[in-house]
Ligand binder design. Sequence first.
Ligand SMILES: [Cu+2]
Length: 226
Amino acid sequence: MNENTATTTARPRLPLAARALTLAALPLLALTATAAPASAHGSVVDPASRNYGCFERWGDDHLNPGMAQEDPMCWQAWQDNPNAMWNWNGLYRDNVGGDHRGQVPDGTLCSGGNTEGGRYDSLDTPGAWKTTPVEDDFTIHLYDQASHGADYFQVYVTRQGFDPTTQAPGWDDLELVEQTGQYPPGNDYLIDVSTSGYTGHHIVYTIWKASHQDQVYYLCSDVDFG
Ligand SMILES: [Cu+2]
């Protein structure tokens, strides 16, 4: 993954003092990479979240018009707002107070309730998102650039019969398959999930309650149960 790209574009989220410092250091950008984790967050990298997948597949070729045919959901996402990909690690809400359903309305689950001024709204668009093949039992890898830790993860799978190519999920379309306890701060969190009875294209919905403050990530990953 290209951490430089992601952390560079996340710069506007830094506190003002840190932003000024970073801007002043622009000519030395290559040398400031070690300052990046303060502005970094994370996402599910496997099975890839929608925007992380689009970043990974097209980040170095995002103007290629062939994407419209090869990967149309990524194409519409890049057309809508490239910052949804450059900031693949920033799909979160602050001050949720544990009220996920209240803060994230049905139909907007994949954008975290239209968070960040709608930066991620393209991720709510139903369609033929590229899927990652998974078995009944699989492991989610969440990459945490900032070592926030986790109070918990909740993992849901869309119910059998729900069609991600034509519908944006609501809460009643989700089935809870894993609820974890705490994870100490680190960069790589692995969440083992056991399911049964799913076939075909589903959305895995991962909620990451970070530990450093009331900050919650809402992450849609498209999978294909074999
Ligand atoms: Cu963060």
